[in-house]
Design a protein around this ligand. Structure first.
Ligand SMILES: O=C(O)CCC(=O)C(=O)O
Length: 213
């Protein structure tokens, strides 16, 4: 078991935050075996609509990031506004972080942003910065596609094997689904988003949490 993860749960704590025991168990098992896991059904429609509105507003000041170092990267990024910040520091997020991880964690605001991917955008294989991003949380706010996803879809996050310190074969594929939260040990496990196809769009809140000093 990864030493960051809780192997058993404090039922009182979980009840207090309203997170189901089976949800925690499933996520811890995914984090332990794959390095990333999915949390479904915890972001309500109202919160999602509020984050979506803020992301659309912030998009006006988004900056294009493109290049090949440290990995192929093409996307637009913008700063968080107050709604994103409030969500990431909410009782809910604090609750599942406390339930899942042994260490107290704090939001790395400077390393957290809205990310906008459109057709041909991608994020090549990379590890997150271990200081700012001990834990990575990605909330998929808007996910659009013109047709059914084929194997080449960019609406997927791929987790890769580590091979002599380099990215290796695909270990797991997490479909990108609106309203879901991906939680990852992103500084320990290589991950990538392949290029989005025609008609595909993703707006995500990508957040980093670090060890509280
Ligand atoms: O596109 C995603 O879902 C993951 C984003 C990511 O890995 C990152 O921002 O470091």
């Amino acid at each position: 078991m990864n030493p960051l993860l809780h192997s058993s749960f404090n039922q009182t704590l979980i009840n207090e935050y309203g997170i189901g025991l089976s949800v925690c168990e499933q996520l811890v098992s995914e984090l332990d075996s794959v390095g990333f896991g999915v949390l479904r059904g915890v972001v309500n429609a109202e919160t999602l609509a509020s984050l979506s509105l803020e992301a659309a507003e912030q998009r006006n000041s988004a900056k294009l990031v493109s290049g090949a170092i440290p990995c192929a990267h093409s996307a637009r990024l913008s700063k968080l506004g107050s709604r994103g910040f409030d969500f990431l520091t909410s009782h809910l997020v604090e609750g599942f972080l406390k339930a899942l991880f042994r260490e107290p964690l704090v939001l790395s605001e400077d390393a957290s942003c809205y990310t906008y991917y459109g057709p041909d955008d991608c994020l090549g294989p990379h590890l997150d910065n271990p200081v700012q991003c001990r834990i990575t949380i990605i909330i998929y706010i808007d996910v659009k596609s013109l047709c059914l996803r084929g194997p080449e879809t960019g609406l997927q996050l791929r987790i890769l094997e580590m091979s002599d310190g380099n990215p290796g074969p695909v270990r797991a594929v997490l479909p990108t689904v609106q309203g879901e939260i991906v939680v990852g040990l992103g500084s320990e496990h290589w991950h990538e988003r392949p290029p989005l196809q025609v008609g595909e769009h993703v707006t995500a809140l990508t957040a980093c949490f670090s060890h509280r000093a």
